[in-house]
Design a protein around this ligand. Structure first.
Ligand SMILES: Cc1ncc(COP(=O)(O)O)c(C=O)c1O
Length: 201
């Protein structure tokens, strides 16, 4: 399961109901750098059966010593020799603590809710969800209209220091705000709303 964006919500008592099905996955990717501000690379692949890694990657090379415990760490991925990447993750999580993680996640959700509130009165089709992302496209545009609108509006937003992505969803390009940046405040959200409002056909 791809939890690159959302799986960190499972770390918070207050927010884990946003990602209720993670427990069903046999494997799960997690990108703590996206919301928790932990330096790259800190991506994780969590497996229900960790033995799968050894079964996929073990080479059986005669000069590799057999493992003394469960899996041979050097044979659990494409890289044999690796830096201690996990140290960044461990230090980042320790530094934030449970209350810090809660605060970061709460801030991201609050920004998405605030932006949603600002955009709801406009004639837009909003694609939300339980996390900190919000995509939108003017109602009534066909595929080529949405392509032109999203390209020119994205440019106007960039000129205002606002960077949105332009995913293709259900056959139409949307603009998507990912509200993880803790420095995004009310002023930026208001600016976003006014650029989008001015862009509407
Ligand atoms: C939904 C999703 N899946 C996967 C990835 C890729 O993650 P990584 O950079 O760790 O390969 C990303 C990264 O942007 C993502 O947003």
């Amino acid at each position: 399961m791809d939890g690159a964006i959302g799986a960190v919500f499972a770390l918070s008592e207050a927010h884990r109901q946003r990602v209720p099905d993670l427990g069903l996955a046999d494997s799960l990717t997690v990108n703590p750098q996206k919301l928790l501000g932990i330096p790259k690379s800190s991506s994780l692949l969590l497996l229900r059966d960790p033995g799968l890694l050894a079964r996929c990657f073990a080479t059986g090379l005669p000069y590799m010593e057999p493992s003394w415990a469960d899996a041979h760490g050097g044979e659990c991925g494409l890289q044999g020799t690796r830096p201690a990447e996990v140290l960044k993750l461990w230090l980042g999580l320790r530094q934030l603590g449970r209350s810090g993680i809660d605060a970061v996640l709460e801030g991201a959700i609050t920004r998405r809710q605030r932006l949603q509130h600002l955009l709801e009165p406009l004639p837009l089709s909003l694609q939300g969800g339980p996390l900190h992302l919000l995509a939108f496209c003017p109602e009534g545009l066909d595929a080529s209209g949405a392509d032109r609108w999203s390209t020119s509006t994205r440019q106007r937003l960039l000129e205002q220091q606002l960077m949105l992505s332009r995913p293709l969803y259900a056959g139409r390009h949307h603009l998507k705000a990912v509200l993880g940046n803790p420095h995004t405040g009310e002023a930026e959200l208001e600016r976003l709303r006014s650029v989008v409002e001015a862009s509407l056909p």
